[in-house]
Design a protein around this ligand. Structure first.
Ligand SMILES: Nc1ncnc2c1ncn2[C@@H]1O[C@H](COP(=O)(O)OP(=O)(O)OP(=O)(O)O)[C@@H](O)[C@H]1O
Ligand SMILES: [Mg+2]
Length: 261
């Protein structure tokens, strides 16, 4: 369970988050959509304190952090629960695929090498890259690199995964394999996922709920069919109009997200 209360973040004079409030249930898959520069990444980064909000409270599975009084220990605990997957993969390029997956298991989770190797082996199968174990990231395609990044988070068994546009750096042809992996994760694990994405069709398929953010606020949220087919706010309608893959369809009413199947 994630609860965010009255979260504010400014960069200098620029007020980016203007009082974000939301509740996300355990195992829920939530996509955040909205115009560029609206604060989606900033919100995600505040959730695990990569950016420090000035005001507000974040509660994550019992770990409660108040912006004004948070300690290093609070931040450490919060980060133990979350994995963040960025658009640029953030792999170690001087290490093999296997080493990339094993490293946090050894250094952060203090696992024995043999155990880490077994976990890594398993993950490589799940992400469909068992034969790339000894390869270096630079010899993989972007889609494969992103799958390694996701695999690394899977190996750590994080309860909460935060995705910031996981496919936006990829050619359209490579996006499918990463989206498929996220979809499988959504179907098979009880991981809570928050996904910032511009892929509206994907958000629709995967999400229990879509949040529409605009100018530092949550303007509207609800089941995918409602936000995409019957948005209440003018700004949501305007935003969605710009997406070619957005079609007004009442069939959305009957669509069931993966995690609910
Ligand atoms: N480290 C920073 N220092 C100063 N300004 C920042 C910083 N990070 C973000 N901003 C500003 O905060 C605003 C929100 O940025 P953010 O990256 O959260 O938007 P976004 O909704 O993720 O946009 P996009 O869809 O383009 O990724 C922007 O005006 C951006 O320039
Ligand atoms: Mg962003």
């Amino acid at each position: 369970m994630i609860i965010v209360e009255d979260l504010y973040k400014t960069f200098g004079e620029l007020q980016v988050l203007k009082g974000i409030n939301c509740h996300i249930k355990k195992g829920e898959i939530v996509s955040i959509i909205g115009p560029s520069g609206t604060g989606k990444s900033t919100f995600l980064r505040c959730l695990n304190y990569l950016e420090r909000p000035e005001k507000g409270t974040i509660i994550m599975d019992g770990c409660k952090i108040k912006a004004r009084s948070c300690t290093k220990k609070d931040i450490y605990e919060l980060r133990q629960k979350t994995a963040m997957i960025f658009q640029n993969y953030s792999l170690f390029y001087n290490k093999t695929v296997e080493e990339n997956i094993m490293l946090p298991l050894l250094t952060v989770q203090k696992k024995k090498k043999q155990e880490a190797a077994v976990i890594s082996e398993n993950i490589l199968r799940q992400i469909g890259l068992p034969d790339k174990k000894r390869s270096y990231p630079s010899s993989l395609s972007g889609g494969q690199q992103q799958r390694v990044g996701i695999g690394r988070a899977m190996a750590m068994k994080k309860e909460i995964m935060l995705f910031d546009e996981p496919t936006s750096a990829l050619d359209p042809a490579l996006r499918g394999e990463v989206l498929d992996l996220i979809r499988v994760l959504a179907e098979t694990r009880n991981t809570t996922m928050i996904i910032v994405t511009h892929e509206i069709a994907f958000a629709e398929k995967i999400s229990d709920r879509i949040i529409y953010m605009d100018q530092g606020r949550i303007m509207e949220e609800g089941p995918a069919w409602q936000i995409l087919s019957e948005p209440k706010e003018g700004r949501t309608k305007e935003f969605l109009k710009n997406y070619i893959d957005y079609q007004d369809s009442s069939s959305r009413r009957n669509s069931v997200p993966f995690s609910a199947k």
